[in-house]
Every structure is written in structure tokens, then in C-alpha cells.
Design a protein around this ligand. Structure first.
Ligand code: ADP
Ligand code: MG
Ligand code: MG
Length: 864
């Protein structure tokens, strides 16, 4: 029973059950009820969707206690007890599982309800709501059947709103609903309350594994739960008339984080009405005017709950004839911006400590903050179509689609889409994932679309009431203008604006609370954070984001630029060393220029420069017409050129002539690159700018390969430094990305002064999965649970991680002060960063925009 849950955490009671029990203990006004544990759900699934008699007995026992407590009986013809049957897992999954309200009604008990309440309209309304929910959730009748039946009656009576239906109309609706159930299922709607209850409990258990719940858990990385709990709770009614109502509220603004009571309510309505976005609700502050006593009590309760849970609460309440009841509280979902603001505010208010504040913001969440906004300049000339509610911030530019399926399909073909719906239902989740943003015509800030979009960090404009969406005709009408599927619109989720066409977007400002949180994160993290950057511009961006150096500067990107590719091709096509040297001499000033820029942008910080990595044929054209053109520019015979390109062709370029292997054949490439790096460094040092070059040799599997490369580097560096007549410190190290390099790391470390784990290649070669091709089938692996995660996104700790661990141990054994970092894609992935922290790397390196995420993830790893 609620109030007796002490010592049983949310793992067993579910979040909803645990908090209901706790709130009863606190003496808050909670409708009484009891919880069937998540363990029962686990048993249910393990026993082929049945449970032992003991469970049935215990439900009956507690139902009797509840009946006694309430002084009413389930299904009673005189004074019936009505209950809700509510799902609730340990992690909250809003709207993903099922709930049934008003259970216990039938043709007899409704008479009791009418007699007891003296409110026949209310009783009939509750009955039809129950039939609809029970029919939909428990008996799996398509909800369209009910909508259709209701609409038919509304049309016949000439009314628009449900609330305009009278007693006789509602009787008709009930009859129509029962017919719909029988037609769709061939079964009668069950009259017996206990039978209804058993069926509803099973349905809630089943909803644990419905499609949208599974997708939601996958997206939110919710794993290892036993299942859902079921809460059987006596009903309170927000639909008893104008002194009744229901609402959802947040102790702080979940969109901006502002410390101001926030929420929505509807009078004469039942819970689902607010979140389903059927009518557009009123702001919570309005409640102070309608029912001042309830409002004041609610304020007192929310303040108490926030103090108790030390976090922003998302609450559900219902007012029955002027009396307030709380139906749920949980830590509220919030946007990234709100998460940051609340964390900083709560630390400043003394509600939580700094470490808790840092842990309150999920690293992945920052991604949304680092996301784009619409350029205000481009708004000036844009066509503003309408304004809805700013439900989830960010900007979305994309082609209109009207269904989850269309969103998914178009997205698969590489198109950016915006999902436009009258209102979204939880089934739309797949389409929401595939979209840049979501636009709905109906629903408030707490509507399903808004909640889910915020959780995903997706831009969403909700309740844009001036738009009319025809999902069948696939048209969007707004103020006399029609848009079709495929037309482009732009959403601003921070203002609620909707524009025609595609607007320019821009990167966000990162100061204030964000900067404060980052300072705290830096205080607790142990890992250094570097960036992968190939240009002075990227270096500057990354430095602003807090990068402490460059962990990977790829030199080949510099070879592709228009003014250089010619010299590169000349080098590749040259017949002999002299020819190559001549071409390389042309490249030298360009490379040096690049390094000057990057060193300057990273003054005072280490810069790891990786020597040429890709196979040479990547620099040559493949198309006939480009080859012809090249032969003319280069003044080489077409056939000779074709032969040369053919010679360079590789069947398996990823395992081909690349990285340090190139230098074995063409030492002059490493000579040129060393000269460019070292002379740029010398020049700057002479000007008083601090430089810390680190030259990194890629694709080393053998110490002897590294030795060959390093000998060249040291020789040329020595000559160059001597020419400048100064002292310059530099390091030479290697990537660990060939499994053999990891296994022989003790040997490799005799030469290498640092290791940087190239986990993209290391994963590719350890798994034998081509990273360029595996994308096509890895998704299947994840869906079918063969892989927990894509190993190219999150480091395969058990496999590739072991190689990393081994190389760390062996490397340190040979060279205790060896510097260790990671520069693969994984360097920006929070879970992989946690691993890097555990194995004791010195730093991680990631793309500039992920630097703040990595800083926070590193702090989390240290604090956990
Ligand atoms: P969800 O987890 O999807 O929010 P809930 O179990 O919270 O589902 O229930 C859905 C809606 O029904 C909520 O608005 C809730 O407030 C309302 N509700 C649930 N139980 C009761 C009850 N005993 N009395 C009145 N309203 C209820
Ligand atoms: Mg709820
Ligand atoms: Mg590599």
C-alpha cells in the first residue's frame, strides 16, 4: 500500500510507485492505492505472460484493504470504488506505457456513481472515457474506431467540444463504444470489476514491451530494468464540473530553467486531456484566479517536494470539487539549457553541492546547447507563417512530412525533414527521431510532442493553432497558404516561430551559466581535453570551447586544397625521387603556412601533427573526364596517366599502402613534412611564441617501421633547428591503431615518446569490420541485440578496450612518463571517455564541438 514502501527503492516500486508511497508518508493529499512490483512484471514475462496464484491472491488482499480504506467496493451498484491502473518503471518513460482510468464502471455501478455524486453528466462522461481507454489499451481496439464514433455523434448534435455533449448524448456514445468494442474484437466488454482489473494489469505489463516503449528505452539507453510496476489507485475526478480540473506543473521552467512555477491546467477535464493536447490549456498562474485556495496549497506542496527531492519536480494534480490531490511527482525532464541553469542556480541556492550540480547535466545533453540557432539577420527578410509555443529550443530546417513513416523514409534517402502533425501521439516517436524538428497544431508545452522533443534535444514548436494539417491530403494550410509534402519550412524552437523556406542558422553563444558549469567540471576532471583540428579556424573554435591542445591534426586535409592538389599529384605521378622532391618542394611552403597558423592559434599548448595517412590514389581523379583534364594540366600522356592510376589501385585500401608504410617507399614525404613542422615551430619560437610540436607517425604495427620513420624525423629536425640556430623541444610518437602495435607496445615505446590511440582503425582492424561499409549492417546488430552499441561510436570495452589497456600497461612499463591519449571518434563519446579515465589516459581528443561534452564527461567519470 502507498505509505508502506519504505526501504523499497524505485527499482522495485517504479518511480511513480515509490514517490506516491513517499508522498503518502509525507502526509500529502494522495488518493490511496497500492503498487504491484516490477519483480511481478519480470515474473510475468519469464512465465510466458502468466503469474502464480500468489500474485492474484496478494492483489485481491490489497484490493480489499483499499476498498476498506475507501469505504467503497469495486463494481458496487450502490457506491462503487473506481481506480486507475497506472504503469511506472524505475526510469520515467512519459506516455510510452499504458494507463487505464475510471476502472470499475459498468451498467450497474454507474447507477451508484450517479446516485452518490448526484452528477449524472459526470458519471456518463467517466463511463465513456473508461470504455475508450479500456477498449484501446486493454482490448486493443484501434483508437480511430472510438474517435470516429464520437465524431459521428458530435456532428449529429452539431457540437464541437466533448464538454458540450449532454447526458443523452453521452449515453449514445457509451452504446456506440460498446458496439465498437464488440465489432473489433468479437468480445463483450467485461462487466465484472475484478475481471476488468486483471485484464488491465496484464495490459500494463504488456505495454512494457510495446514498440514505442522499446524504442524509447533504446534511445535513452535505459537498460537492465525488471519491467514496469503497476499502481492501482483510487480515482479522483477532475471532470466533475467547473470546480474540478486537472493539470501538470513543474517547479521550475523545464524549457529555460527559470526558477518560476510553471505549468498548465484545464477545468472540468481528466488528466490525459492536458498531456494529449486535445484542448489548449491555461497557464498555471491562472489557477490563482479560478481556485485561489487550491493554488496556494499547490504552491506550498511544490516547494516542499522540490526541497525533499532536491531537484526540479514534474507533478500531476487533480482538483475534485475544490479539493486538491497530487497524483504524481518525478524529477522533471528538461532541455539542456534548463539543465545547466537549474544546476547552477541550485548550487548557488545551496540546495545541492557543486559535484551534484556537475552530475546533474548529462554530457550528451550539452550537444543541444552547442546546436544551431536561426540567424536573426535572416529572420528579417523571411516570411513568418505563424507562431506556436516554443516547446523545445533549437532550429530546424527541412522538408515537410506528415507521418512518422514518411519522416523515416525521406530521412533514409538523406533528406532533412520537419514532421508536421495535428498532434503527435507516442507512436510517432520513430518519425520524431528521423526529423530535424516537430511542428504541431494542437497541444501545450507539456504535450507529448513537447516532452519527447525536449528529451531528444530536438527543436519543437507545439500548439501552432493557426495551422491546419490534413494528414491524408498531405497539406499544411496556414492563413490561406498551402504547403505540400516536400516543401521546406524553418522552425525556431526557442521562439515558436514558423517560417516558409530555409533560413540561415548559426552557432550559439557559450557564456554565463554554461561557463560556470564548465569551470566546475574542469575542477573535478582528471583527463586533459584536446581537439582534432586541421585548420587555424577549427583550432580557435576548439580553444574557445576549452581545448587544451590538439590531439590530432591531419595533414592530408591540407593536401586536398585547390592550390595544392596539383603539386600533390605531380609528386604522386613523378617517375623518380628527383621528380618527387621537386613537387614536394612546392608543397613545403603551403604546409609550413598551415602549421604557422595552427601553432599560433594553439600558442602555449601541445599540437600533435599526424604525418600523411591515406593511400596516394585518394588524391587522384577516378572519372574519365577528370583524368583527361589532369593529363592536359600535367602535360602527361593520357595512357601513361591511366596506367599509373591503375598501378596505384588497391583492392583493400584501408589495409593498403598508407600511413608509415608510404614513408618506407617515399622517405622524402616525411622529410618535407618534418621540415614544414619544425621550421614553422622554429620561426614562431624566434618571435617569442611558445610552441610544443608533437610529430605522430600513423599505422605503426612494428617498432622497426616506427624506427625507420623516426630516424628521418630526427635527422631533418636536427638540420632544420641548426639552421635557425635555436633550441627547440619536440616529441615524436605514434598512433596505436594496428592491433600488433598494441600487442607490442612495450617495444614500440622504446622509440615512441607518446601514444595516441586511433580507435577508429583499431576497432576496424580488431573487429575486421570495415568502418566505411559496416554502417550498412551494424544497425541490424544493434536492433537485434547482438551489439549493445555501434562499436565505432562507443568503444568496445571488452575487446578493443583490452588492447588499449594492454598497450597502456606495456607502454608505461617501458617508458613510465609516456604520454597517452586517444584521438578516434570515441574521444568525444561520454561512455568511452569514462573508459579512458579508468585506464588512466592523459587526455582525450575530439572534434571542436564536442570539447565541452568531453570536459563534462571527464568530470562525471572522475566524480562517479
Ligand atoms: P503517464 O505515466 O503516462 O503520465 P499516468 O499513470 O500518470 O500515466 O496517468 C495518466 C493520466 O491519468 C495522468 O494525467 C494522471 O494524472 C491521470 N490519473 C492517473 N491516476 C489517476 C487517479 N487515480 N485519479 C485521477 N487521475 C488519474
Ligand atoms: Mg503521469
Ligand atoms: Mg587511422
Amino acid at each position: 500500500m502507498f505509505g508502506e514502501g519504505k526501504g523499497l527503492g524505485k527499482t522495485i516500486l517504479g518511480g511513480k510507485g515509490k514517490n506516491l508511497s513517499e508522498m503518502v508518508e509525507m502526509g500529502l493529499p494522495i488518493p490511496m492505492g497500492f503498487t504491484i512490483s516490477t519483480e511481478t512484471c519480470d515474473i510475468y514475462y519469464k512465465n510466458n505472460k502468466t503469474y502464480p496464484q500468489q500474485v492474484i491472491d496478494e492483489i485481491e488482499e490489497n484490493l480489499k484493504r483499499l476498498e476498506k480504506h475507501m469505504g467503497k467496493k469495486l463494481g458496487d451498484a450502490q457506491d462503487p470504488l473506481l481506480v486507475s491502473v497506472r504503469s511506472g518503471a524505475a526510469d520515467s518513460m512519459p506516455g510510452m506505457m499504458d494507463t487505464v482510468l475510471n476502472l470499475g464502471l459498468n451498467d450497474q455501478s454507474i447507477q451508484g456513481l450517479i446516485a452518490k455524486t448526484g452528477n449524472e453528466r459526470f458519471a456518463r462522461d467517466s463511463y465513456r472515457r473508461f470504455l475508450q481507454m479500456f477498449g484501446d489499451v486493454v482490448m486493443e481496439v484501434p483508437h480511430h474506431d472510438f474517435e470516429h464514433a464520437l465524431q459521428t455523434i458530435k456532428d449529429k448534435k452539431g457540437v464541437k467540444l466533448d464538454t458540450e455533449l449532454g447526458i443523452e448524448d453521452l449515453k449514445e456514445v457509451v452504446t456506440a463504444y460498446k458496439a465498437a468494442i464488440q465489432k473489433a474484437t468479437g468480445k463483450m466488454f467485461p462487466n465484472d470489476g475484478r475481471e476488468q482489473l486483471k485484464m488491465a494489469v496484464d495490459a500494463v505489463f504488456n505495454s512494457w514491451n510495446n514498440d514505442r516503449a522499446i524504442v524509447y528505452r533504446r534511445l535513452n539507453d535505459i537498460k537492465g530494468l525488471l519491467g514496469t510496476a503497476v499502481n492501482i489507485q483510487s480515482m479522483v475526478f477532475g471532470n466533475m464540473g467547473e470546480t474540478s480540473g486537472t493539470g501538470v506543473c513543474f517547479t521550475r521552467n523545464p524549457s529555460t530553467g527559470e526558477n518560476k512555477f510553471y505549468g498548465e491546467f484545464l477545468m472540468n477535464a481528466q488528466g490525459e486531456d492536458v498531456v494529449a493536447g486535445i484542448r489548449t490549456p491555461l497557464e498555471i498562474q491562472e489557477l490563482d484566479k479560478v481556485m485561489p485556495d487550491c493554488y496556494k496549497e499547490l504552491v506550498k506542496i511544490y516547494q516542499g517536494l522540490e526541497k525533499h527531492y532536491k531537484d526540479m519536480q514534474d507533478m500531476e494534480f487533480t482538483i475534485q470539487e475544490g479539493k486538491l490531490y497530487i497524483l504524481q511527482t518525478r524529477n522533471g525532464k528538461r532541455t539542456a539549457a534548463a539543465a545547466v541553469k537549474m544546476a547552477v542556480d541550485m548550487v548557488n541556492e545551496g540546495l545541492i553541492d557543486e559535484k551534484t550540480g556537475v552530475l546533474r547535466v548529462k554530457p550528451e545533453q550539452l550537444d543541444a546547447l552547442l546546436h544551431k540557432q536561426i540567424n536573426p539577420e535572416s529572420k528579417k527578410t523571411a516570411e513568418l507563417l505563424t507562431k506556436g509555443l516554443p516547446a523545445s529550443p533549437g532550429a530546424a530546417v527541412g522538408q515537410i512530412v506528415f507521418s512518422a513513416q514518411a519522416a523515416h523514409d525521406r530521412n533514409e534517402t538523406g533528406k532533412k525533414v520537419v514532421l508536421v502533425r495535428t498532434e503527435t501521439s507516442p507512436e510517432d516517436i520513430v518519425g520524431m527521431v528521423a526529423s530535424q524538428g516537430i511542428l504541431t497544431a494542437r497541444g501545450g508545452m507539456t504535450s507529448h510532442a513537447a516532452v519527447v522533443a525536449r528529451g531528444m534535444g530536438k527543436c519543437c514548436v507545439a500548439g501552432a493553432s493557426e495551422i491546419a494539417v490534413d494528414e491524408h491530403a498531405k497539406t499544411l494550410n496556414v492563413k490561406g497558404k498551402t504547403f505540400n509534402e516536400g516543401d521546406v519550412i524553418t522552425l525556431d524552437g526557442s521562439t515558436g516561430e514558423v517560417f516558409a523556406g530555409s533560413l540561415q542558422t548559426m552557432d550559439p553563444e557559450l557564456s554565463g551559466d554554461f561557463a560556470t558549469l564548465m569551470t566546475w567540471a574542469d575542477k573535478y576532471r582528471k583527463l586533459g581535453i584536446r581537439t582534432n583540428a586541421d585548420t587555424p579556424h577549427d583550432s580557435e573554435v576548439a580553444r574557445k570551447f576549452g581545448a587544451e591542445g590538439i590531439g590530432l591534426c591531419r595533414t592530408e586535409h591540407m593536401f586536398f586544397a585547390e592550390d595544392r592538389i596539383k603539386a600533390v599529384r605531380e609528386m604522386i605521378l613523378a617517375d623518380d625521387v628527383d621528380g618527387r622532391k621537386k613537387a614536394l618542394a612546392k608543397l613545403l611552403p603551403f604546409q609550413k603556412e598551415d602549421f604557422l597558423g595552427i601553432f599560433k592559434a594553439m600558442a602555449g599548448l601541445p599540437v600533435t601533427i599526424r604525418f600523411l595517412d591515406p593511400p596516394l590514389h585518394e588524391f587522384l581523379p577516378q572519372e574519365e573526364k577528370d583524368i583527361v583534364e589532369l593529363s592536359q594540366i600535367m602535360n602527361v600522356d593520357l595512357e601513361t596517366l591511366k596506367k599509373k592510376i591503375e598501378d596505384l589501385h588497391e583492392f583493400n585500401p584501408m589495409l593498403g599502402h598508407r600511413g608509415c608504410r608510404l614513408v618506407i617507399t617515399y622517405p622524402e614525404i616525411a622529410e618535407m613534412q618534418t621540415e614544414a613542422v619544425i621550421s614553422a615551430a622554429c620561426e614562431l619560437q624566434k618571435q617569442g611564441i611558445e610552441v610544443h610540436p608533437e610529430i605522430m607517425i600513423p599505422l605503426v604495427g612494428f617498432k622497426s617501421e616506427l624506427d625507420f620513420n623516426v630516424e628521418i624525423v630526427h635527422r631533418v629536425a636536427k638540420e632544420t633547428i641548426a639552421r635557425y640556430g635555436i633550441d627547440l623541444e619536440y616529441k615524436v610518437g605514434t598512433m596505436i591503431e594496428v592491433p600488433r602495435g598494441a600487442v607490442t607496445a612495450d617495444k614500440v615505446a622504446e622509440t615512441a615518446e607518446f601514444f595516441s590511440f586511433g580507435t577508429n582503425d583499431l576497432t576496424q582492424m580488431s573487429l575486421g569490420f570495415s568502418r566505411d561499409d559496416a554502417g550498412k549492417f551494424i544497425k541490424e546488430y544493434v536492433v537485434k541485440n547482438i551489439f549493445e552499441k555501434d562499436p565505432f561510436q562507443t568503444l568496445d570495452v571488452d575487446g578493443v578496450g583490452q588492447l588499449v589497456q594492454m598497450a597502456v600497461d606495456k607502454g608505461r612499463k617501458t617508458r613510465p612518463n609516456i604520454k597517452l591519449g586517444i584521438c578516434g571518434e570515441h574521444g568525444g563519446d561520454p561512455q568511452s571517455i569514462e573508459f579512458c579515465h579508468k585506464v588512466g589516459l592523459n587526455y582525450v581528443s575530439c572534434s571542436p564541438f564536442r570539447v565541452p561534452i568531453a570536459r563534462l564527461a571527464a568530470a562525471h567519470a572522475a566524480l562517479k
